[in-house]
Design a binder for this molecule. Structure first.
Ligand SMILES: Nc1ncnc2c1ncn2[C@@H]1O[C@H](COP(=O)(O)OP(=O)(O)O)[C@@H](O)[C@H]1O
Ligand SMILES: [Mg+2]
Length: 290
């Protein structure tokens, strides 16, 4: 499962699905319409949950993103790969409102202009983000962490004191089952393994029922078994949610992604299946550093 993003991975046959007869480069538009369920309120009439067009971000004249175009379909599971400094984290920062693009369009569904919304508004609209390091409340139990993450909470303590409805309890049980922490429900989160903390944090995101989940290097530091479970989890979440996963572990990417976007110098270098992008001359050059 563990393969690092070195030149070797590009050449490795690994466990890919059989090659399609049509080996043309796909675009994200091809992946649109994979999903079925869309949460309430969001207009995704054309099957696109996220539209980024001509997005640029400059840091003191340096272009971290450079006229980037990216489309994510409803229910899609998209992997974003690319060398260090390619702009992957900046891309997530733009989507979540942490960084404002100097120009470009960013739409969530058909009608929500992300460039005009605050981080809180974007989160409430249904975009959840998981950073690389788990940030669970270590002193609280697994259950309490999930309880806190519920959409209705306004303040930590009010939410812990409030009685949960049957529906809320059912949702917690469902999420516990999804992240395989049912038997650890009363354990303090601080006693969980690194991987379990990551699952708990994913569970906390799921409590808010986001339509689009952004995950930055979710399997970094996980054991092989945890990585395999994460792959299974993400495949199950796709369809119900749209997922954008930034990951360096190519074994993991190969296990989950239908569609891969390669970022380089702040723009999309290639898109398609993993084997298509691995065969792409420009991608090989970037990874081999020629
Ligand atoms: N706040 C910032 N100020 C200046 N430069 C930044 C800032 N954030 C990112 N960068 C630069 O932008 C580029 C892209 O960074 P990043 O999005 O973190 O790449 P990745 O996640 O693909 O490794 C890098 O060259 C990085 O040094
Ligand atoms: Mg990064």
């Amino acid at each position: 499962m563990r393969v690092t993003a070195t030149a070797e991975f590009m050449l490795e046959p690994a466990f890919f699905p059989p090659l399609e007869p049509n080996r043309d480069q796909g675009s994200s538009r091809d992946a649109i319409g994979l999903g079925q369920r869309v949460g309430p309120g969001l207009d995704t009439r054309h099957g696109t949950i996220l539209t980024l067009e001509d997005i640029s971000v400059s840091f003191d004249g340096f272009k971290a993103l450079n006229d980037l175009n990216l489309y994510i379909g409803v229910g899609e599971l998209r992997c974003i790969i690319g060398p260090n400094g390619a702009g992957k984290t900046t891309l997530m920062d733009v989507i979540t409102g942490k960084t404002r693009p100097s120009h470009g369009k960013a739409w969530f569904g058909e009608t929500l202009d992300l460039t005009q919304m605050s981080e809180v508004q974007i989160a409430q609209a249904g975009i959840g983000r998981k950073f690389q390091k788990p940030t669970v409340f270590e002193a609280l139990s697994v259950f309490e962490n999930l309880e806190l993450a519920q959409k209705t909470d306004k303040s930590v303590w009010a939410s812990l004191r409030a009685r949960l409805s049957g529906e809320q309890k059912d949702r917690i049980s469902e999420v516990l089952d999804t992240i395989r922490l049912t038997s650890s429900v009363n354990r303090p989160a601080g006693l969980l393994s690194h991987g379990q903390k990551q699952f708990l944090e994913i569970g906390m995101l799921l409590m808010q029922d986001p339509q689009l989940l952004l995950l930055d290097e979710p399997v970094a530091g996980m054991t092989d078994a945890e990585t395999e479970f994460t792959a299974e989890l993400f495949k199950n979440l796709a369809g119900k949610h749209s997922l954008m996963v930034v990951e360096q572990d190519m074994g993991f990417v190969g296990a989950i992604a239908d569609h891969v976007t390669v970022l380089h110098q702040g723009a999309v270098l290639a898109e398609g299946s993993l084997e298509q992008v691995q065969d792409n001359e420009r991608v090989i050059e970037v990874y081999l550093g020629r």
